[in-house]
Ligand binder design. Structure first.
Ligand SMILES: [Zn+2]
Length: 291
């Protein structure tokens, strides 16, 4: 197929899946608050009231509403990015701002799809290889939800974490089945899990859950299964910490952040994993080539 056609298809698909991810974020949040409310410990009553309508809506049935006035969005209000731009980022009925999250996540997922295709380090010649690429894109939609959710509310929802884990497990299995050295592939996957999830488990156990949340351990497991290579897992961990330092150090120096400020680690791990998967092989090549 012509590359231009593939780019256009991936960009449009990415925008639609980004729109789905944005809507899912609010629905999962609505359910979380409803659960908290039922347990008598709602962390945000005001937001719970606003999101209450979304609780009963199934994710597959799209009846998106304005979170402010409950106006039921029509199809022309749901066009990724286009609707947001033409409405000036405001609700068609009540004119209250919709927020930046929706267009950012739509463009984010579309960019992820395109960059994944451009920098995909493996060939796309047989069933297993094409399947692993599609699974990576599908996992990317879940990772976009986790990225936004963790950044906004410091939680990595189980439903999405388990979905990413499941996709990662299928991807790893496909790698083993298609690999000539099946035992080597299996050991590399186990190494990947130990690096991205095992280290966090140790930190979690030592600190009794103070330094790191259990959600990060589950996310690490999903990401490890997606990468399925201990060297790439190492690059992912290194990149996540490196980017974390680049963000945290200037904020600490300028005192915009306190020493005990809570930093969501999920988004860093996700970006680190994307770098490792798409650029990891180039980085390894340069490293071994330069010594
Ligand atoms: Zn409205």
């Amino acid at each position: 197929m012509d590359n231009t056609v593939i780019y256009i298809v991936l960009a449009l698909l990415g925008l639609c899946m980004g729109s789905f991810a944005g809507a899912s974020v609010w629905r999962i949040r609505a359910r979380q608050l409803a659960q908290e409310n039922a347990d008598g410990e709602c962390s945000d009553k005001h937001e719970y009231k606003k999101l209450h309508d979304l609780v009963s809506v199934k994710i597959t049935k799209d009846h998106s509403r304005c979170l402010n006035c409950s106006y039921q969005l029509r199809w022309y209000d749901l066009l990724p990015v286009v609707s947001w731009v033409t409405l000036g980022g405001k609700c068609r009925k009540c004119r209250k701002p919709i927020g930046w999250m929706e267009p950012v996540i739509e463009v984010g997922v579309a960019s992820f799809f395109l960059l994944s295709y451009i920098y995909w380090p493996y060939s796309l010649e047989n069933f297993f290889e094409i399947s692993r690429f599609c699974l990576w894109l599908a996992a990317g939609v879940g990772l976009a939800i986790l990225f936004v959710y963790d950044k906004k509310w410091f939680i990595l929802p189980n439903s999405v974490n388990f979905t990413v884990m499941g996709i990662g497990a299928v991807s790893s299995l496909m790698l083993i089945l298609s690999s000539q050295d099946k035992l080597g592939a299996l050991f590399s996957i186990i190494g990947s899990i130990l690096i991205l999830s095992g280290i966090y488990l140790v930190l979690y156990l030592i600190s009794h859950g103070k330094w790191i949340g259990f959600g990060d351990i589950k996310l690490g497991l999903g990401l490890a299964l997606l990468l399925a290579d201990w060297r790439l897992a190492f690059i992912a961990l290194f990149s996540a910490n490196f980017i974390g330092c680049l963000i945290v150090l200037p904020a600490l120096i300028t005192r915009k952040m306190k020493r005990d400020s809570h930093i969501p680690f999920g988004p860093l791990l996700i970006v680190g994993t994307a770098i490792a998967c798409l650029l990891g092989n180039y980085l390894l090549y340069f490293y071994f080539f330069s010594i």
